[in-house]
Design a protein. Structure first.
Length: 271
DNA sequence: AGTGCGGCCTGTCCGC
DNA sequence: TGCGGACAGGCCGCAC
């Protein structure tokens, strides 16, 4: 499942082969994604040159002179740059052929992903305007988290997974960061001290950076822009390890559900 | 206003 | 072996 490190990996992986290229053709094989892909997209993109690609949270922004394509990979989406002639696969919903002999393929079996077109400032788009700070930016500090978290009655895990508070922390990295910080995922946010918040901010940054370094985490579906799996899975401390011994203390890892999400933690290391 | 949950989807896994 | 059902999950949008 693509979280921030996976999206960052894809962004870095495809930039060199698409920026500066001109669109030759856009084909929509399936317009029913999270939101319908506008039928006018092929016309909008025709003959436009790709100016750049960047990331905001888990959104990829591909910019053109006349607007921006905002892509989200949802749960199972992949974005690959392939030779133009490589065969279309099942669930290749959108194919963007470039004038350099390559083709961008958006593949998403579960169709939780999206592809949105905007001609305004993309950061002011409804999907992006309300987003909290980037977790790896200097804006994301213990003081910020502490201020934002005080008086809130939600579980800390739910809180850090809410993109209004901080972007890019999904289910896997939330469990991992809380383990590294020694904080029980059910802890009510207002009970966290400033020191807890500082520690947690540090471990969120730490786990995201480590995952980017290893090319992301592949759980079931994630592949990078070259179709390769991420290697961070082997580094996971608690995620999907229910019933197995904690690497640190040997206590059996527990799983519970918080806000309809499976959550993993060590009952001894996290309090 | 803030919180919580329904719904969108298909592949995988499990039990009968 | 084949089939049905449960489950996985990001995130918007609605209901309370």
């Amino acid at each position: 499942m693509p979280e921030l490190p996976e999206v960052e990996t894809i962004c870095r992986g495809i930039a060199a082969s698409i920026v500066g290229a001109k669109i030759a053709q856009v084909r929509i094989n399936q317009h029913r994604l999270r939101w319908p892909v506008p039928k006018s997209l092929p016309t909008k993109l025709a003959h436009q040159t790709i100016k750049g690609i960047s990331r905001r949270g888990k959104y990829l922004l591909i910019s053109f002179p006349n607007g921006t394509l905002i892509a989200h990979l949802g749960m199972t989406g992949t974005l690959q740059v392939l030779p133009e002639k490589s065969p279309t696969k099942k669930h290749d919903h959108i194919e963007i052929t470039l004038d350099n002999g390559k083709c961008i393929r958006f593949n998403d079996p579960r169709r939780f992903g999206s592809m949105v077109w905007t001609e305004k400032d993309p950061l002011q788009h409804k999907l992006l305007a309300q987003l909290g700070p980037e977790p790896l930016s200097p804006d994301f500090t213990g003081e910020y988290l502490s201020l934002k978290a005080k008086n809130k009655l939600t579980a800390i895990k739910t809180f850090i997974m809410n993109s209004k508070n901080v972007v890019g922390v999904g289910n896997i990295y939330a469990s991992e960061a809380l383990f590294l910080a020694g904080i029980k995922p059910t802890t009510i946010t207002k009970k966290l001290s400033l020191d807890h918040c500082k520690k947690l901010v540090k471990t969120i940054k730490q786990v995201l950076l480590a995952s980017i370094k290893h090319g992301g985490t592949t759980f079931r579906d994630y592949k990078n822009s070259h179709g390769e799996h991420g290697q961070f899975k082997t580094k996971l401390q608690v995620y999907d390890r229910a019933g197995m011994p904690c690497y640190r203390c040997g206590t059996t890892i527990k799983t519970i559900r918080i806000g309809q999400r499976s959550t993993f933690y060590c009952p001894k290391c996290q309090r």
